[in-house]
Write a protein that binds this ligand. Structure first.
Ligand code: 13P
Length: 252
């Protein structure tokens, strides 16, 4: 059985006290529910230690939003996988479309980041997804295939089994226009086919694939009910405790 996960990507939002308040609110809400879904929050780097401390007392896990492609040394401003591991960080988002777009992260760099995560026992939440022009040109399968193959398929089976994939169509991120449940189900099934071709059906069946892009408590129940949609990677709606927990509870 593959894991069900809802992860909140806070992006570059909230001051320290707001972040702490949000975590305290989440803890209060989590105390009253019993779910099989794993709840993950991915705050900005400076708040990770605080989040990680709180996580010791609660059921949620903590992820980073990025990590360096390098191991250690003279790389000013970078944060290494080893540093994250030393702070008990479980997950790291890699290949988010905002990093691909604004920071020009290419396939080669992302491969290196995935390797750094692996070397430090951090689980990559590897993001893929097409832009609007790519979907309109009906190139979405081709684009996602390239991203999945180039970013992940160098891993051996044992390593790949640890990876979480997030399908986030770029046109759905922060736009209020989510993919339809059918579009999400179709792409998730396609990604699973690619995994089966490379690693076999059993590995494919056990891979958690999340949907991301304008997830809300309104659309999450239908999206998460699709076969092959194992939860979500939530942006804006993860900044409000009650809304985020409603989304987490949408997985049946
Ligand atoms: P929104 O939920 O704000 O559309 O963001 C999705 C996302 O990019 C999560 O990584």
């Amino acid at each position: 059985m593959r894991k069900k996960i809802v992860a909140g990507n806070w992006k570059m939002n909230l001051g320290f006290e707001e972040a702490e308040q949000l975590i305290e609110d989440l803890i209060d809400l989590l105390e009253n529910i019993n779910m099989d879904t794993e709840v993950v929050i991915c705050p900005p780097f400076p708040y990770l230690e605080m989040a990680s401390d709180y996580a010791q007392e609660s059921t949620f896990k903590v992820g980073a939003q990025n990590l360096s492609a390098f191991g250690s040394g003279a790389y000013t401003g970078e944060v290494s996988g080893a540093m994250l591991q030393s702070m008990d960080i479980t997950y790291c988002i890699i290949g988010h479309s905002e990093r691909r777009k604004y920071f020009e992260e290419n396939d080669k760099m992302l491969t290196a980041k995935v390797n750094q995560a692996m070397a430090n026992q951090i689980i990559p939440i590897f993001c893929v997804g097409e832009s609007l022009p790519e979907r309109e040109a009906e190139k979405h399968f081709q684009v996602v295939r390239r991203q999945v193959r180039h970013g992940l398929f160098h891993l051996d089976t044992h390593e790949f089994e640890k990876v979480i994939i997030a399908y986030e169509p770029v046109w759905a991120i922060g736009t209020g226009i989510n993919a339809t449940p059918q579009q999400a189900a179709e792409m998730h099934a396609y990604i699973r086919t690619l995994i089966a071709e490379r690693y076999g059906q059993e590995v494919a069946d056990n891979t958690t694939i999340l949907y991301g892009g304008s997830c809300t408590s309104k659309n999450a129940p239908e999206l998460f009910a699709q076969p092959g949609v194992d939860g979500g990677l939530v942006g804006g709606a993860s900044l409000k405790a009650a809304e985020f927990i409603e989304i987490c509870k949408s997985i049946k």
